[in-house]
Design a protein. Structure first.
Lengths: 226, 310
């Protein structure tokens, strides 16, 4: 509180200059970035650590399988959106280093997506292939969710530096636009599966639309500039 | 004449209702049997409610644990997540409480909850409870057949349907601030369904008064229908000539029909109803036609194609 009062006494511009000078958010030193990356990595592991911890203590509630499905699905979508936020953030704030976190964030989306899929396959259906096939064909929310997951596979496989070199930047970038399809399919999957309360799917939808809209806006501006 | 200025009580001095009832409960417990004190899990338990076990309505299945029955609830009046009701229903005031019974009846009447508790011998019945979301439980309810109450008000020949209306009070039911369903919650049955002995006017479970999150102080349980057809915290029962429109029918006309009988052959618009997960079990079970009560209730549907009743 004291801090905030002090800050109010100087102008906004002065503050931002002061902060940015001190911390130089635009360009982080290698050491700072390495630290930041470790912190983000550990934070990104928190949901799974918590889940395992609660499972161990048997405090996942009356329907643990549902809880695990929901939690892993939620974090998959969240990491997809965070990954998609990297480019707009870099462009808007000129924080170049954000893009260097993007691969890790994207891989975390894939990681939680795998857990989500495996939860469905093993815990929920227990390899009941007939039921799974029926689900895939007849349940649009499953179909679209499965599509979102499958499209993440080539992206995860080609996420390494050597794969970028092998594919060439242009083709690699083209391929990785699939993440837009995955994110849209993921949000639609959530939207279609809730029984009645659309609050959370709506929030995810609005954020995704904003992120994609910003891309379109920047792309359009760029096109006109050239 | 001397006028006194009464200092208004500041809101900080008013005891939170949850705390108030918690204290009261604590005093009741302290004053009550030491037996209660010896059972660690009964700190929040409700008053005991004695009933004779009705062996006709028994299941081979193991009972779903009390903790799961009372912490995993769909009761949108208190929020849409399963844990919300147990967390948010503590302040629900269940005394005084009464049910207005009116509409197409010769003897409309308002029944106080105390009266309902004494109206007929209380029975304990173990029923399967199948939620439309494909999970299920086995629950020892306490109550008596709803027809005991219906007989007392003498429905007229115009009474073709029964509508149940739940409490509408945003202060006590914070979930009603959201328009996720149209409030108050309304459900309905055909008169013969309501008269069927299986349809239970329910005031307790697991040997105690209904916990708030399970629909205190009085609800109806219709075991051969999906859970949402078993309305909670009822304040009015109305007999009508026309088929009432329930809250869920209004919310999703193509997903929730008036009958909504448990039926593995009729899929929900978005998911299968062929199997269910019994809470506490790993492998899914096959869902039974009319939730295993076909022998008792199939004749309500003329023995004809049960699948045509949506």
């Amino acid at each position: 509180m004291v801090m905030r009062k002090k800050l109010h006494s100087c102008t906004e511009a002065q503050i931002s200059i002061a902060i940015f000078d001190r911390m130089s958010f635009k360009n982080l030193s290698d050491k700072t970035f390495a630290r930041l990356k470790v912190i983000v990595f550990l934070l990104a592991l928190f949901p799974i650590v918590k889940l395992v911890f609660c499972a161990y203590l048997d405090i996942l509630g009356a329907n643990p399988i549902e809880k695990i499905t929901r939690t892993t699905g939620y974090w998959t979508l969240l990491f997809l959106l965070v990954t998609l936020a990297a480019t707009p953030i870099r462009r808007l704030f000129k924080w170049l280093w954000v893009i260097r976190l993007r691969r890790m964030l994207g891989l975390f989306a894939f990681f939680y997506g795998c857990l989500h899929f495996l939860t469905y396959l093993i815990l929920d259906q227990f390899f009941d292939w007939e039921a799974i096939l029926k689900d895939l064909i007849k349940r649009p929310y499953i179909t679209v969710g499965f599509l979102a997951f499958v499209l993440m596979l080539p992206l995860a496989i080609t996420s390494s530096d050597s794969m970028i070199h092998r594919l060439g930047g242009k083709r690699w970038r083209l391929l990785h636009r699939l993440v837009y399809v995955t994110a849209i399919a993921g949000v639609v999957h959530y939207w279609w599966l809730v029984k009645k309360d659309l609050t959370e799917p709506t929030i995810f939808g609005v954020v995704l639309t904003t992120l994609l809209g910003m891309r379109f806006f920047l792309w359009n501006k760029n096109r006109h500039a050239h | 004449m001397k006028s006194y200025k009464i200092k208004p009580i500041s809101s900080s001095e008013i005891t939170h209702p949850g705390l108030f009832y918690a204290r009261r409960k604590f005093m009741q417990m302290a004053g009550g049997a030491t037996l209660a004190a010896l059972m660690p899990s009964t700190v929040w338990a409700n008053e005991k409610l004695s009933a004779s076990h009705n062996a006709t309505y028994n299941l081979k299945d193991e009972l779903t644990p009390y903790k799961d029955v009372t912490t995993y609830n769909n009761f949108y009046e208190f929020g849409t997540s399963k844990e919300d009701p147990a967390n948010n229903a503590k302040g629900l005031k269940t005394r005084p409480w009464s049910i207005v019974v009116d509409g197409e009846v010769n003897k409309p009447k308002t029944f106080a909850i105390e009266e309902l508790l004494k109206m007929a011998p209380l029975e304990e019945r173990v029923y399967r409870f199948r939620c439309v979301e494909a999970w299920s439980m086995a629950i020892p309810w306490i109550g008596f057949s709803l027809n005991e109450l219906i007989k007392r008000v003498e429905p007229t020949s115009n009474a073709k349907f029964v509508e149940f209306i739940s409490l509408h009070d945003q202060e006590q039911m914070p979930g009603q601030k959201s328009s996720v369903l149209e409030w108050p919650y309304r459900e309905g049955l055909r008169i013969d369904e309501a008269m069927h002995p299986l349809t239970l006017l329910t005031m307790g479970l697991y040997g105690e008064l209904l916990p708030n999150q399970n629909g205190a102080p009085v609800r109806v349980v219709v075991p051969w229908k999906y859970g949402f057809k078993s309305p909670k915290s009822i304040v009015q029962i109305r007999f009508t000539e026309k088929q009432p429109i329930s809250s869920w029918m209004q919310a999703g006309p193509n997903e929730y029909g008036f009958y909504s009988n448990v039926n593995p052959n009729i899929e929900h618009a978005r998911w299968s109803q062929a199997k269910e997960r019994r809470i506490g079990e790993f492998f899914k079970r096959e869902t039974l036609l009319l939730n295993g009560y076909a022998e008792e209730v199939a004749q309500l549907y003329g023995g004809t194609d049960i699948n045509s009743y949506f």
